[in-house]
Ligand binder design. Structure first.
Ligand SMILES: [Fe+2]
Length: 471
């Protein structure tokens, strides 16, 4: 099997700043703003290697589009984790799959993470008013300057919010002018805490006691509801996290005999209006959700089980004998609000991961189009194509180029766009033929290339990014 993508899992030591990347094709003149992407940039420290794709030290990349040109900057996030790990040549911080034996933390039953830890916020970025923050799966975030990518320090909320883990996939509710997120507070009783966030504070909307918390990477929203999918990957004993005998994620257990549960929570009252059971499944990413009469439609990039987490350890990704793990199914779940189990159907036979939509206009609402990374049929490979799925017609368009490995496709609408897909798709692509990367710009309607801008070095495979208009 091909392992030509391996460059994507190697350290990028060089921080560079280029005012004009060489462009093939023509960038739309209206494209004005900065795509900031987050992901690991450093996969080892001293003679130790981070174990999991999700644990490499965070590097930010920015592509700024203006007047038909694009500039590029990459910078390591100077978190406490970055400084301490590099200063000591050791892995010091608790992460997703960091072996706690390597941790300097004493194994005591204190807090799981302290806010001042300045964790390795490697997963996503977002904006809260004038603050731009990098996030990982804790409520703590690290602020950065979106122009220079300079690290500004831990985001200082003025609240007493108390949760140990949170998603790095907050939603933004444009109607209410607030961010929305999900967190878990472990203790004698463990609670899911859904919360609203502003630049100042995090306010709990719903606090739901649970016997065994699930590992939850993202959630969905509709106009009225928060949709929490509790997968059957559960933590049998919350104390095991505090004792730290195992890496964080390895405390969770796949329980295929148990149902997965969708919680439907009223955004205003915080009331759980329905708990809908489904056969056991797992996912990292919701695609979209919306209300449809007495049901809720939840689209999700789903897996039969949680084996994918194991496949994303760097040893497994680098093993020539390992398979091609990232084959997310585009499942559409229908949740009956008046009783009964959730059912699902497949929207397409193309696989999908790192899904995106026209978020501002269609998150939480009925929609036509989803975009994502995918694995081309007939290839045994890492994510090697982009797909555009028409969820109404149930058809797909694909972008594929041999030897290329595209990352998450971010949709940017054209100014005054009338159609849902009027705009462009931005994706950072690893070109394994040259061991460099390029910014790919597709016309989102035709899903064909309009331009690409060459980066003179490789961009390690990252996770998520956001386009910030006008900066
Ligand atoms: Fe994610």
């Amino acid at each position: 099997m091909s392992k030509s993508y391996m460059q994507g899992f190697t350290t990028q030591a060089k921080e560079i700043e280029i005012s004009q990347l060489p462009i093939t094709g023509t960038l739309p003149a209206w494209l004005d703003g900065t795509l900031v992407r987050n992901g690991p940039g450093q996969f080892e420290v001293g003679n130790q290697t981070y174990r999991h794709w999700f644990d490499g030290l965070a590097m930010l990349h920015s592509f700024t589009f203006k007047n038909g040109q694009v500039s590029y900057v990459n910078r390591y996030l100077r978190s406490n984790a970055y400084h301490k790990d590099n200063a000591t040549g050791k892995v010091n911080f608790q992460g997703f799959a960091v072996d706690p034996c390597r941790s300097l933390f004493s194994r005591v039953m204190s807090m799981f993470w302290q806010p001042e830890d300045g964790n390795n916020t490697v997963v996503n970025v977002t904006q809260l008013a004038k603050h731009y923050i990098a996030m990982t799966e804790t409520p703590m975030a690290v602020e950065f300057d979106p122009r220079t990518l300079e690290t500004l320090g831990v985001m200082a909320y003025q609240d007493n919010f108390d949760s140990q883990i949170a998603t790095a996939h907050p939603h933004y509710d444009y109607q209410r002018g607030i961010g929305l997120n999900h967190s878990t507070k472990f203790g004698a009783t463990t609670f899911y805490q859904l919360y609203a966030m502003t630049e100042k504070e995090r306010r709990i909307i719903a606090s739901i006691p649970v016997k065994q918390a699930s590992y939850i990477h993202s959630f969905g929203t509709t106009e009225k509801y928060l949709i929490l999918a509790e997968f059957s990957l559960r933590l049998p004993n919350a104390l095991s996290l505090a004792v730290r005998n195992k890496p964080f994620i390895e405390n969770f257990q796949w329980q295929p005999e148990t149902d997965s549960i969708f919680y439907v929570v009223d955004k205003e009252s915080g009331k759980v209006v329905a708990q809908v059971a489904a056969d056991a499944f797992f996912a990292f990413h919701h695609i979209n959700a919306y209300e449809a009469g007495d049901t809720i439609i939840v689209d999700i990039s789903a897996y039969e089980d949680a084996a994918l987490i194991g496949h994303l350890y760097l040893d497994a990704l680098r093993d020539p004998a390992s398979g091609h793990p990232v084959i997310g199914q585009f499942r559409r779940y229908t949740l009956p609000l008046k009783g009964g189990r959730a059912t699902y159907e497949h929207i397409t036979n193309e696989s999908i991961e790192l899904p995106r939509i026209n978020y501002k206009q269609h998150n939480g609402r009925d929609y036509h189009y989803a975009y994502g990374g995918s694995v081309k049929h007939g290839t045994q490979d890492f994510l090697n194509q982009l797909v555009k799925i028409d969820v109404k017609k149930r058809t797909a368009l694909c972008w594929y180029e041999s030897g290329c490995y595209p990352g998450e496709p971010v949709f940017v609408p054209a100014p005054n766009a009338k159609a849902e897909d009027e705009g462009v798709i931005l994706s950072v692509v690893l070109d394994s033929r040259q061991n460099t990367s390029f910014m790919l710009v597709l016309d989102a309607q035709t899903f064909t290339e309009v331009a690409r801008a060459a980066v003179p070095q490789h961009v390690p495979f990252g996770f998520h990014g956001q386009f910030f208009s006008g900066i």
